[in-house]
Design a protein around this ligand. Structure first.
Ligand code: FAD
Length: 413
């Protein structure tokens, strides 16, 4: 080992929302952890902690509760008490209610930058976690007994981190995933999500709206101060024009798509746009390394599930590591059996949600007549048959399938 090499139990590549949450979730286990993040926290370019609003599911809420972070997050979050799904130009609509589901809220909306602030502050207070930022993982070597990551800081100075386990949480275009030799299948939707916030005339009343338009889905979510966050899906061809519209014309077009259920829209804030690509890693692990969050799966935001799904990856890997730590005197978080256990646990949930989200986009994004008929029956049937709604609500809340301890709100010791 050269003098510039440091050893950790776990090295986390990427300190976005998922990588940072993982470092925090691991804290009770008292391991030596390093987080390597390429972009400085305060830079506007920080891609994870930006102006998007994220709908946190019940399982994510429970995780943050178990990690002791929920009081700080909920103070800045807006509860969703109902979800209203409609189809432009059709009468059918569906309504999911928190009370009907027997829960306090179906989820909570929080601005990524605000969530990032809470996570960052908690990370800064942790002992035993080194945060290397801005610094980038530029190469890796995976041997049966050790993972080595080459790290470069902003001045180009290189050092090496060795670990028992390397976790790739470096996002949908994960370079570390490629270095692990794992292929990801990518299918662009030919759409971009235009995001921002605005002021609706009527009280949004803690309701999240999902409207399927000819261009694609449009979500309007309750955020603080009576404002509403929007995620508007537009075609790649139209995105540049929509982004270049002045505020009045932009609001007029958005209003036309959404209708007047919330009265007139005004005072639109800063806008940003994101390419929408479905990505699926063909494997979740390689020697002494594992994928979590968007590096494993990139979803269309229509179901507001990408971060929540990633948080269940975090809960599962932490569960596997915690179990290994209690049951072995020779604790090693990077063994093949531990990684296999994680991969087989996560496969079903990830595949189901990828399929579910993709089929919603396809079902509601088509003009083909048989599917339109089906979806109209579906939209109406969806609201009339409580069982169907309940299954959908369970997925939305992240409560379907076998859940790891943190997702059930049980702290890790
Ligand atoms: C418009 C939109 C709306 C969304 N709404 C929701 C929602 O309501 N609910 C929900 O659950 N999800 C939502 N999502 C999905 C959610 O935003 C993502 O799933 C989540 O941000 C993924 O986090 P991540 O940490 O895995 O990846 P990222 O956010 O991409 O973070 C990766 C991090 O790795 C760093 N990095 C990259 N390469 C390196 C390297 N070589 N070395 C070191 N660091 C590196 C990057 O700088 C970055 O900070 C939405 C997504 C979009 C686009």
């Amino acid at each position: 080992m050269s003098s510039d090499t440091q050893h950790y139990d776990i090295v986390i590549a990427g300190g976005g929302m998922i990588g940072t949450s993982l470092a925090l979730a691991l804290a009770p286990l008292g391991l030596r952890v390093a987080v390597v993040e390429a972009i400085a926290r305060k830079e506007a370019a920080q891609p994870s902690f930006d102006d998007r609003s994220t709908a946190l599911s019940r399982s994510t809420q429970r995780m943050f509760e178990a990690m002791g972070l929920w009081p700080d997050i909920v103070a800045a979050a807006t509860p969703i008490s109902a979800i209203h799904v409609s189809d432009q130009g059709r009468f059918g609509f569906s309504h999911i209610d928190a009370e009907e589901q027997g829960v306090e809220a179906l989820g909570y909306v929080v601005i990524n930058r605000v969530l990032g602030g809470v996570l960052q502050e908690a990370l800064d207070k942790l002992d035993g976690v080194d945060v290397l930022c801005p610094a980038r993982i530029v190469d890796i070597e995976l041997a049966p007994d050790l993972a080595t990551a080459g790290v470069e800081d902003e001045d180009g100075k290189r050092n090496e981190l060795t670990s028992n386990l390397l976790v790739a949480s470096d996002g949908a275009n994960s370079a570390v995933r490629e270095m692990m030799g794992v292929t990801a299948q990518k299918s662009p939707y030919g759409q971009r999500a235009v995001i921002g916030n605005l002021l609706p005339e009527k009280d949004i009343d803690n309701t999240a709206y999902e409207r399927f338009t000819k261009q694609g889905p449009l979500a309007v979510l309750p955020v603080a101060d009576g404002r509403a966050g929007f995620v508007w899906t537009v075609s790649d061809e139209d995105a540049e024009r929509v982004m270049a519209l002045d505020d009045d014309h932009f609001l007029a077009e958005l209003q036309q798509e959404f209708g007047y259920r919330l009265g007139a829209f005004s005072r639109v804030g800063k806008r940003a746009s994101y390419p929408l690509i479905l990505s699926k890693a063909l494997r979740l692990t390689a020697t002494r390394s594992v994928l979590v969050g968007n590096s494993a799966h990139g979803l269309h935001p229509v179901s507001a599930q990408g971060f929540n799904l990633g948080m269940r990856d975090v809960a599962a890997i932490v569960d596997c590591i915690a179990d290994a730590k209690t049951s072995s005197d020779n604790f090693d978080p990077g063994t093949t059996s531990l990684l296999d256990q994680y991969a087989s646990w996560r496969r079903t949930d990830q595949q189901k949600l990828v399929r579910f989200t993709d089929s919603i986009v396809k079902l509601f994004g088509t003009e083909r007549r048989p599917l339109r008929v089906l979806r109209n029956i579906g939209m109406l049937g969806f609201d009339l048959v409580p069982g169907v709604r309940s299954v959908f609500a369970k997925h939305t809340m992240g409560l379907a399938g076998r859940l790891p301890r943190l997702s059930r709100g049980v702290p890790i010791k």
